[in-house]
Design a protein around this ligand. Structure first.
Ligand SMILES: Cc1cc2nc3c(=O)[nH]c(=O)nc-3n(C[C@H](O)[C@H](O)[C@H](O)COP(=O)(O)OP(=O)(O)OC[C@H]3O[C@@H](n4cnc5c(N)ncnc54)[C@H](O)[C@@H]3O)c2cc1C
Length: 444
C-alpha cells in the first residue's frame, strides 16, 4: 500500500460526510468525490426524500464526533404516531412506554450540509464536486471520473464507497468472482407531496409522525421547520388504486380526495406536486462481502452502497451512521490496518444490516394495514403496560430499534427470548387460575 493516510470516499451524501469526519479524526487525508455540485450552493433535488427520521443510533454516531447538538438543534421531535382514519378520526400512540422518547424529523439537505461543513472544517479533508465515478481498478485504486471539464482520474490505496443504493463503485465490484449481490424491488413506489403551513402555523400536530393507513397503501407525513409537512405516498405501482391506474391529475385527485379527505383539504399544491414529483422505487439490496482487496488497494462499502433498505423503520441512514462507528472501532482495534479493519467491519455489520432490512419490510405491512386495527392498538397498550410493569426486563422491539444502540440482530434475539418468557408467564398464570378454579369447585 502506498500510504495508509490517504482515503478516497466516493459520495458526499450523509454517510460519506460522516465517514470523512471519523477518518479525519484519526489523522487520515480524505478526499470526497461527489457527482453533484456542492449541495451548499445548489437547491435540493425535487422529490428526493426531503426529510427523514433520525433516532438514537444516528444520534449516537453523531455524538461520538461532537455533531449531535448542532444536528439536533434543527430537528423536530416526534414522540408518537398519529393515525388518520378514512373518516378523519385521529388516534395518537406514543412510541415509548414513558411517552418521553422521540424519533426526530430532520431535513435531509440541512443534515447533508451540516455534515459536509463539519467534514471540510477538519484538517486533511477536501471535496471534489461534480466528479461522477465511472470506473475503478480495484488492484491499483485508480478511479475514473466524469467532470464538467472532461474525464479525470485519481487513485488512493483505500477507496470507500458511500455512493448510495445505486453505487457505481459496487457496480465495478459486481464483476469480480465471489462478490455476491442481490436486489429486490417492492411492487410499490413512492411520491412526495406537501402540506404547506396554514396561516403561518402547522396544519397538523407537529409532534407526531402522521400515518394514513389504507390497507394496501398508505401515506405518511413528517413536519419541517418551515411549518410545512412533507408527505410520502406509498402506493402499488399497478392494479386498482395504483400510480399506473391513477395516471391523470383528475383521476388521482378524485381518488385522493375520497381516500385521504382530511389531508386533501390541506393540500392546495396537490395537482402540481403530483404532476412534477417523480415516483421513487423501493428496493432492498444486499452485498457480500462488503470489502474487496486488490494488489495495492482495498475497497470497502458503507451505507446504502452496502445495504439499501426500504424506509419503513426509518433506519436506513441510522444504520449507515452505525457503519461509521463500527469501522472506526475496527480501525482502533487493528491499529489502523485498513484491509483487516474493513474485513472485520464487514463481517460484524452484515448480520445486523440483514436484520434491519427484514424488519423494515415487515414494518411496511404493520404501518399500512395493522396500525389501523383494534388488535394492534391493544397489543401496543399491552406492550407498554408490560414495559412499565417490568422496567428494563420487557422492552418492545420498536423501542430497542429506535431508542437504543443494541445491534439489530441482538434486538431480534432478545425479542424472541422475551416472547417465550411472556408466553411461559401467561401459561403459568393460566395454569394457576385453572388450579384455583378447580380447587374452589371441589370445595363447593
Ligand atoms: C423515501 C425515503 C425515506 C427515508 N426515510 C428515512 C428515515 O426516516 N430515516 C432513515 O434513517 N433513513 C431513511 N431513508 C434512507 C436514507 O435516505 C438512506 O439510508 C441514506 O440516505 C443513505 O445514505 P448514503 O450516504 O449511504 O447514500 P445517499 O444519501 O444516497 O448518498 C450517496 C451520495 O453519493 C453520490 N453519488 C452517487 N453516485 C455517485 C458517483 N457515481 N460518483 C460520485 N458520487 C456519487 C450521490 O450524489 C450522493 O450524494 C429513507 C429513504 C427513502 C428513499
Amino acid at each position: 500500500m502506498r500510504s495508509r493516510h490517504e482515503v478516497a470516499v466516493v459520495g458526499a451524501g450523509l454517510v460519506g460526510c460522516l465517514t470523512a469526519c471519523y477518518l479525519a479524526r484519526r489523522g487520515y487525508e480524505v478526499t470526497l468525490y461527489e457527482r453533484r455540485p456542492d449541495p451548499r450552493e445548489a437547491a435540493p433535488e425535487r422529490g428526493r426524500s426531503i426529510n427523514l427520521a433520525i433516532s438514537e443510533r444516528g444520534i449516537d454516531a453523531l455524538r461520538r464526533v461532537g455533531l449531535d447538538e448542532v444536528v439536533m438543534k434543527a430537528a423536530l421531535p416526534m414522540p408518537g404516531r398519529m393515525m388518520h382514519a378514512p373518516d378523519g378520526t385521529l388516534s395518537f400512540q406514543h412510541y415509548s412506554a414513558d411517552g418521553l422518547r422521540s424519533i426526530n424529523s430532520i431535513s435531509r439537505s440541512d443534515l447533508n450540509r451540516t455534515l459536509l461543513d463539519a467534514a471540510l472544517a477538519m484538517p486533511g479533508v477536501r471535496a471534489c464536486f461534480e466528479h461522477r465515478l465511472t470506473g475503478l481498478d480495484v488492484d491499483s485504486g485508480r478511479m475514473d471520473f466524469e467532470t464538467p471539464d472532461g474525464p479525470a482520474t485519481a487513485s488512493a490505496p483505500v477507496v470507500l464507497a458511500a455512493d448510495g443504493a445505486y453505487s457505481a463503485v459496487r457496480g465495478r465490484l459486481q464483476f469480480l468472482p465471489g462478490f455476491g449481490f442481490s436486489q429486490e424491488y417492492l411492487d410499490y413506489g413512492y411520491k412526495e407531496l406537501t402540506i404547506p403551513a396554514r396561516d403561518g402555523e402547522y396544519a397538523l400536530d407537529p409532534g407526531a409522525l402522521h400515518i394514513w393507513p389504507r390497507g394496501q397503501a398508505m401515506m405518511i407525513a413528517l413536519p419541517n421547520p418551515d411549518r410545512s409537512f412533507t408527505c410520502t405516498l406509498f402506493w402499488p405501482k399497478s392494479g386498482p388504486g395504483s400510480f399506473e391506474a391513477l395516471d391523470t391529475v383528475e383521476r388521482f385527485e378524485e381518488f385522493f380526495a375520497a381516500n385521504y379527505a382530511d389531508a386533501h383539504a390541506l393540500m392546495p399544491d396537490l395537482a402540481d406536486d403530483y404532476a412534477h414529483n417523480p415516483i421513487g422505487h423501493l428496493v432492498t439490496m444486499r452485498t457480500d462481502p462488503w470489502q474487496v482487496r486488490g494488489a495495492r488497494a482495498v475497497v470497502g462499502l458503507l451505507g446504502d452502497a452496502a445495504h439499501a433498505i426500504v424506509p419503513f423503520y426509518g433506519q436506513g441512514a441510522n444504520c449507515g451512521f452505525e457503519d461509521c462507528v463500527e469501522l472506526d472501532r475496527c480501525l482502533e482495534e487493528t491499529g489502523d490496518d485498513f484491509p483487516e479493519a474493513l474485513a472485520r467491519y464487514g463481517s460484524r455489520r452484515k448480520e445486523h444490516a440483514d436484520t434491519i432490512a427484514e424488519l423494515a419490510l415487515t414494518n411496511f405491512v404493520e404501518m399500512r394495514d395493522k396500525v389501523a386495527s383494534r388488535s394492534f392498538l391493544l397489543r401496543k397498550r399491552l406492550e407498554h403496560g408490560l414495559e412499565r410493569l417490568l422496567p428494563g426486563r420487557y422492552v418492545s422491539r420498536y423501542e430497542l430499534v429506535s431508542f437504543s444502540t443494541m445491534p439489530y440482530a441482538e434486538v431480534q434475539r432478545r425479542i424472541t427470548r422475551q416472547n417465550v418468557a411472556v408466553a411461559a408467564g401467561a401459561l403459568g398464570a393460566l395454569a394457576a387460575a385453572v388450579a384455583v378454579t378447580a380447587r374452589l369447585a371441589r370445595r363447593r
